[in-house]
Every structure is written in C-alpha cells, then in structure tokens.
Design a protein around this ligand. Structure first.
Ligand code: ARG
Length: 469
C-alpha cells in the first residue's frame, strides 16, 4: 500500500460515519457537502444542547455520573478552546456537531464517544437552530422595543407640528407629524406581536426524535426540555427532525418588519430631499459624495430600504427549500442556515441603525407648514363647514372645488381669501369660517380616538408607553 493510500484510508476511518465506506470521500464532495464554514456559529447552542443531553442520559442510567461529568467538563473545555481561538475547524468533519464531538473525544478519550447515544445529528441540529433562534428573537425584541420607544418620544415632541398628510403622494389634509410617526409605531406593534407569536412555536424541543423514529434508550425528553428552557418536547419524531416552518415563520416576520422599515425609509429619503425639506438627519447618519461637494445623502434609510430585498428573498428561499421535501430529514435542510443567519444579522443591523437615528430626527416645522398650506389641505374642512350649515355634501364639494380653482388662479390658500371672496361661492359662509380654514383648526377638529388632534397624539403616546413596558 502506498503512503498516499494509507493516509486516505486514515481519513475515511476518521469520519464518525466512515465504517461502511470503502473509499474516501471525493475531495470536492467533501467541501461541497460540508456546513462547518457557516454552522460553526451554532457552537454555543450545540454545546448547551449536548450538556443537557448528557445530564439526561445520566439521570436515566444510560451514562454513569462519572461519564457525565467527564463529558460536561470536556465540552466546557471545547467551548473555551473555541472562544480563545484555539479550535481548528475541520472541513473533513463536515459540520459543527462532528467537529465538537471529535474534539471532545480528543480531550477526554473514549467516554466522548458515548455522548451521541440516543440522538442523531438530525434532532441535534433542529434543536441547535431553535436554541439559537430563541436567543436571537429575545435580542431582536429588545432592539425593536428601543426603536418603538424612540418613536414615541419623537411623536410626543412633535405632537403639535403640522405637516401635509398625503394620499397618492398628493397633499390631502393636514396632520400632525406626531400622528404620522404613530402610524409607523402601530406597524411595529404588530411586528413585535408576530415575533412573540413565532417564539412560541420556536420554543419546542425536537431532541429525542433521533434520526427520525425516536430511540430505544429510556430517554426522558421532558427533563431535557426543562433543562434547555423549552416550553415542551415536540409530539412527533418525524415532524421534529424535518420541518423548518418555525424558521420560515421568523423570516416572514422579518420580511414584514423590513417592509415596514422600507416604507419609513422611503419617506425619510423624500423628506430629506430639497424638494420636501421636512426633516434634518444628523450628519453622523449620512454620507457625502466624492464628486459633488454639496451632497448629504440619507444612506442609512436607503440601505435599510435596499436590504429589504435580501430579507424578502430569504423568505422565498426557505419556502422553496421546504416545499417538496418528503418526510423526514433531508440534506436539503442544511440550506436553511445561511438565509436564516443573514436574516437575523440584517434585521439586527437595521433595527440598531433606526433605534439610534430616529430620536435624532429634527423636524423643519416651518417648511412642513408651508407645504400643508400650499396644497389646499383644509378644503375638506370647508366642505364639512358647509354641511354643518345645512348644505348637502355633494353641493358642498362643488362649492369648495370652485373656491380651490379660484385660489389656484390667485396663488392663495383658502385661509388667505377674504370673506367676500369666499361668499362668491356660497352665501352661508360667515366670519366663523376662518376657525376651520386654519391648519390648527383643522387638526384640532379631528379629536377622537385614532384622530390627528395634538391631544389625541399625546393620549396615544401615553397609552403606547404603558403597553410597551
Ligand atoms: N449539517 C447538517 C445540517 O445542517 C446536520 C445534520 C446532518 N444529518 C445527516 N444525516 N447528514 O442539516
């Protein structure tokens, strides 16, 4: 036998599953099928899961207490090695699970080989992802809350600031800036709800399903679930190792969150433009141009809007990954990780940027006010005024339409016309009309639950703060 052959044979027998194979894995296939390059980030949760598994095995008598202690000490040592950068990940050991197990056996000898009793990588990886995602959900929930709380502070500060409200991006009616911000806030309330709902289904333990059918050892799944803080153990072994619907659900939450943040971004980009000039973003959230010295670009909102594309894409990746898989585990599922990890990283980044940036937004109230006036935004108020004086709404609509046409021709807002000018269009118009034609009068009149009046904005902020606690 040549030296080359000998070393190939050694490689094959080093694989934890190498026993039934008669030739080493093709070098390219080894790299092609390996996941260690990206699943090593699960090391912490993999070790946590293994410690709980070994604890349970000792409790039911499959391991001795001494074996359990050796395994747990060994796993803690492996974790220290990884965190100190002393761990060399090996592609020939395929994934995070086999890398850690092999290192455990290097450290503690033959007892290390007993850890995998009564489990499979199939239930192990399903457990690891759930533990990982549960932790990330808690981090994301906190960051989301920080953004929500920043929005409430800004909404309160801007409760009296008047801006044009839009439909079709055409000036419609005046609203308060605080009210507009609270619309964003409501979207995030639903996102936060969806996240917590998703967490319930993430927090179920697959471990014990083993490869697909369960195991012949007298395992205590409830104990392992309790040790790992899971709400309960899963019901069906085939389902436990195969479905990734919990990850899809998370990505669907993330896609909606990003869709909302992308809408906020679009408005921020518009509002910082010279054409709107409604707000100022602090310089630290913007960048310049290498050629045009005057430029201050809203890069953060633009990037958040852009990153929505990849997050939406990951949702479609996972849905497509799952759609034709027969029960139970298939290697396809190894492809669940990169989209999931990137979704988590992306939304954490976007949330952080927004939670830092939103409270620093400065409203340019004068510009908002001028824009609200320019668009005849109190036209509906004039119509409502006429209706209250007994004019049918359709006739009132016609009268106001004519008044607006006059204003367009004269370049004057309704509130800037004289009483005599307004009376040309209807003789029921009296001096009190000016109370409703002002922007303040208009927003103050919408004084009901969910309306734009400053008092309603303040009340909504107070309710939201109490609910956010
Ligand atoms: N690396 C694999 C994954 O991410 C772990 C499970 C492998 N199981 C198997 N039977 N090949 O899905």
């Amino acid at each position: 036998m040549t030296d080359q052959k000998k070393s190939d044979q050694t490689t094959t027998s080093e694989k934890p599953w190498g026993g039934r194979f008669s030739e080493p894995t093709d070098a390219f296939v080894e790299r092609f099928t390996a996941s260690v390059g990206f699943d090593q980030r699960l090391y912490h949760h993999d070790i946590t899961g293994s410690i709980a598994h070994a604890t349970m095995l000792a409790k039911v008598g499959v391991l001795t207490d001494d074996e359990r202690d050796q395994i747990i000490d060994g796993l803690k040592g492996v974790k220290e090695d990884i965190e100190a950068g002393r761990f060399e990940w090996s592609v020939s050991l395929e994934d995070v699970h086999m890398n850690i197990e092999a290192r455990l056996t290097d450290r503690i000898g033959i007892t290390g080989k007993k850890l995998h009793t009564g489990r499979s990588r199939n239930d192990q990886v399903a457990t690891d992802i759930r533990l990982y995602l549960r932790d990330e959900i808690d981090v994301i929930a906190e960051e989301l809350k920080r953004l929500q709380s920043g929005l409430l502070d800004l909404a309160e500060r801007e409760a009296d600031t008047i801006m044009p409200g839009f439909t079709h991006l055409q000036t419609a009616q005046p609203v308060t800036f605080g009210h507009h911000l609270l619309a964003w806030y409501e979207m995030l309330v639903r996102d936060a709800d969806r996240l917590q709902d998703c967490r319930k289904r993430v927090n179920v333990m697959p471990l014990g399903a083993a490869a697909l059918a369960g195991t012949t050892y007298p395992i205590d799944r409830n104990l392992t679930a309790q040790l790992l803080g899971f709400e309960r153990a899963s019901e069906n072994s085939l389902d436990s190792v195969s479905d990734r619907d919990f990850a899809i659900e998370f990505c669907s939450f993330a896609a909606l969150l990003m869709t909302h943040m992308s809408r906020f971004s679009e408005e921020l980009v518009l509002w910082t433009s010279a054409q709107f000039d409604f707000i100022d973003l602090p310089d630290r959230f913007c960048t310049g141009s290498s050629i045009m010295p005057q430029k201050k670009n809203p890069d953060v909102p633009e990037l958040v809007r852009g990153k929505t594309g990849r997050v939406n894409g990951h949702l479609i990746s996972l849905l497509t990954l799952m759609k034709s898989q027969p029960l139970a585990y298939n290697k396809d599922n190894q492809e669940d990780k990169e989209p999931l990890f990137d979704t988590v990283d992306t939304i954490k980044g976007c949330l952080k940027a927004y939670a830092d940036m939103i409270p620093a937004i400065r409203a340019k109230a004068d510009n908002m006010r001028v824009a609200a006036k320019r668009g005849f935004s109190t036209a509906t108020d004039l119509a409502d005024y006429l209706v209250k004086k007994g004019v049918p709404f359709r006739d009132a609509h016609e009268i106001v339409g004519k008044s607006v046409a006059f204003g367009v021709a004269e370049s004057r807002d309704l509130s800037e016309m004289t009483l005599a000018e307004l009376q040309q269009f209807s003789d029921v118009i009296a001096d009190d009309v000016f109370d409703v034609l002002t922007l303040e009068g208009s927003v103050q009149a919408r004084d009901h639950l969910g309306g734009t009046a400053p008092a309603q904005v303040r009340a909504a902020v107070a309710r939201a703060r109490a609910a956010l606690k």
